[in-house]
Design a binder for this molecule. Structure first.
Ligand code: DAT
Ligand code: MG
Length: 152
C-alpha cells in the first residue's frame, strides 16, 4: 500500500475536554507519522470551506458555529493506508454506533460533538491538507525506526 497523507483535526470539544494527548497518541502508537501539527481557532470562511459539501444540510449552521467556537488541533498524518486507517481509528460518525476501541466509540456520545475529524478519501485529504496548511508547515521526514519496518 502506498504511503499517503491525511488531514485530522481534534474538534473544540476534544480540546476542551482535555483529550488531545489521548487522541494524538493513538495515531502515534499505531505507527503513523506526524508531518504537520498546529492549534488554531478556525475562521468562519475556513470552516465553511472545510464543510462545504454539507452546505445544504440542516445541521450546517450549527456545525460551522461549533467548529469555530474554540481552538482545534489540526494535524497531517502520513503512512501506508493512513487515509482509511485514520477513519478506522476514528470510528463511525454517530458515536453511539462507533465501535468500542475507536476514538468516537470510546470518547463520545453525541453526533454534534464527536471530537475528531478525518478526511474521507484521497481527494478530500488533498483538499483539506491544502486548506488548513501551508506547504512549508508540513515536514517530510523519515522516522528513525523506519529501517526496522517490513518492506511494503
Ligand atoms: P464524518 O465527520 O464522520 O466524516 P460527515 O462528513 O458525514 O461525518 O459529517 C461531518 C460532521 O457533521 C460530523 O462529524 C458531525 C456533523 N453531522 C453529520 N451528520 C449530522 C447530523 N445528522 N446531525 C448533526 N450533525 C451531523
Ligand atoms: Mg466527513
Amino acid at each position: 500500500m502506498a504511503s499517503e497523507r491525511t488531514f485530522v483535526a481534534i474538534k473544540p470539544d476534544g480540546v476542551q475536554r482535555g483529550l488531545v494527548a489521548n487522541i494524538l497518541g493513538r495515531f502515534e502508537r499505531k505507527g503513523f507519522t506526524l508531518v504537520g501539527l498546529k492549534m488554531l481557532t478556525p475562521s468562519r470562511p475556513l470552516a465553511e470551506q472545510h464543510y462545504g459539501v454539507h452546505r445544504q444540510r440542516p445541521f450546517f449552521g450549527g456545525l460551522v458555529e461549533f467548529i469555530t467556537s474554540g481552538p482545534v488541533v489540526a494535524m497531517v498524518w502520513e503512512g501506508d493506508g493512513v487515509i482509511a486507517g485514520a477513519r478506522a481509528l476514528i470510528g463511525a460518525t454517530k458515536p453511539l454506533e462507533a465501535a468500542p476501541g475507536t476514538i468516537r466509540g470510546d470518547l463520545a456520545v453525541d453526533i454534534g460533538r464527536n471530537v475528531i475529524h478525518g478526511s474521507d478519501g484521497p481527494d478530500t485529504a488533498q483538499f483539506e491538507i491544502g486548506l488548513w496548511f501551508q506547504p512549508e508547515e508540513l515536514n517530510s521526514w523519515t522516522p528513525a525506526d523506519h529501517s526496522w519496518r517490513a518492506e511494503a
